[in-house]
Design a protein around this ligand. Structure first.
Ligand SMILES: [Zn+2]
Ligand SMILES: [Zn+2]
Length: 263
């Protein structure tokens, strides 16, 4: 199968990743690890952060590497019914080659598992349908920080989500040509989730693959030591028997097709 891709990486510029995540360090470590193709996708929560993305773009332009590289962006909604700070104008201005996006908060103050699941599902569908979004990020990941702060119980049992939701998400993503992300840091190597959850997640990936969805492999590294954790995701895809044509890359994305035409 295709190996060595990683299409979700952060840098030190947006302060979500730490100081180890410079473009230079990402390229050098990526080469050492035998990665082949990567995308840098820092957060854009508000448009006033665009100058930070200019710096990333500049570093990418002046840093040599043998890796295939793409300049991307990660988006989310600041309110439960808000909108992303992104459109074709922003895309053109910065030259983003792909965009990934999805939910990053529960948007509730009191624990209600049904409500939390319904909101997350609603966001998955919203991002899957968005013509500006190429990949829906880390489905069924929750922020450990938010859970601790609000005293919520751990979300450690994926069986609380009905299979109908999984099928609806998979079919919506496929219909709209949107990929679904398999995220090492958020799920597969995250200590917060117990083994049971990770086993359930494998079945979830099997279901997504069975529906013919494009799957994007990523580390979502916020520290240089997390680069290469994509191997764990690749091992799952191998075990399931996912074929190369279902493994996503930015050239299959809606953004790429819109800018470069259907090649
Ligand atoms: Zn994220
Ligand atoms: Zn991220």
């Amino acid at each position: 199968m295709i190996r060595g891709t990683d299409y979700h990486l952060h840098t030190t510029y947006l302060k979500c990743a730490n100081e180890t995540m410079t473009v230079e360090a990402i390229y050098r470590r990526g080469e050492e690890l035998g990665l082949t193709s990567i995308g840098i996708t820092d957060h854009l929560n508000t448009r006033d952060k665009l100058p930070e993305h200019e710096k990333i773009k500049h570093d990418m332009a002046v840093t040599e590497t043998s890796l295939e590289t793409f300049f991307g962006v990660e988006l989310n909604l600041l309110n439960v019914e808000g909108d992303i700070p992104y459109d074709d104008g922003v895309r053109e201005q910065l030259g983003f080659e792909f965009a990934i996006g999805g939910i990053h908060a529960t948007y509730v103050d009191e624990w209600d598992v049904k409500r939390v699941v319904d909101i997350q599902h609603h966001h998955h569908l919203r991002f899957a349908r968005d013509p500006l979004i190429d990949v829906v990020v880390h489905p069924w990941w929750f922020s450990g920080g938010e859970f601790q702060q609000k005293g919520f119980p751990k979300f450690d049992d994926l069986s609380v989500v009905s299979e109908n939701y999984h099928l609806e998400f998979a079919r919506t993503a496929k219909e709209h040509g949107t990929a679904i992300e398999l995220n090492a840091s958020a799920i597969f190597v995250c200590d917060w989730y117990p083994d049971r959850f990770k086993e359930q997640y494998k079945d979830y990936v099997r279901l997504l693959a069975g529906e013919g969805v494009q799957l994007s492999v990523c580390s979502d590294a916020h520290d240089i030591g997390m680069l290469g954790t994509t191997r764990v995701v690749e091992a799952v895809l191998e075990e399931i028997g996912v074929s190369d044509d279902q493994i996503w890359n930015p050239k299959k994305g809606k953004t790429w097709r819109r800018v470069h035409g259907d090649e």
